[in-house]
Ligand binder design. Structure first.
Ligand SMILES: [Zn+2]
Length: 113
């Protein structure tokens, strides 16, 4: 089990295994956030019941909710607004540093999609 946390610790989640790769996406929102996305099925990401609230940002077709900690501002994850969709993204920068350091980074071309 790998635990991830925002800077202040108000938002925590865990995953069974580290992502095989993380995506440094160049789309308009990701390049500004500086996130590295690891992709999971929503059922494979465990959010702590004690988590503090997140603020949500949506843009464009509003198909994704980008969540950030309301206290420290770290982007924690995105979730599809369509709950049937079985894909979400966690910000792998919240993983322990030694875990993240071992994961290959891919450079997704979200900007041209
Ligand atoms: Zn926080």
């Amino acid at each position: 089990m790998i635990e991830a946390s925002c800077h202040c610790g108000a938002v925590r989640f865990s995953v069974e295994t580290a992502p095989e790769q993380v995506n440094d996406c160049n789309c308009s929102i990701c390049r500004r956030y500086g996130t590295l996305w690891g992709y999971y099925r929503p059922s494979d990401v465990g959010f702590s019941a004690e988590n503090g609230p997140t603020d949500i940002y949506m843009w464009g077709d509003k198909s994704l909710e980008f969540h950030r900690c309301r206290a420290c501002g770290c982007v924690t994850h995105w979730s599809p607004t369509n709950r049937e969709r079985q894909k979400m993204g966690i910000n792998a920068r919240l993983l322990p540093a030694e875990v993240l350091a071992a994961i290959p980074v891919t450079h997704g071309d979200g900007a041209s999609r």
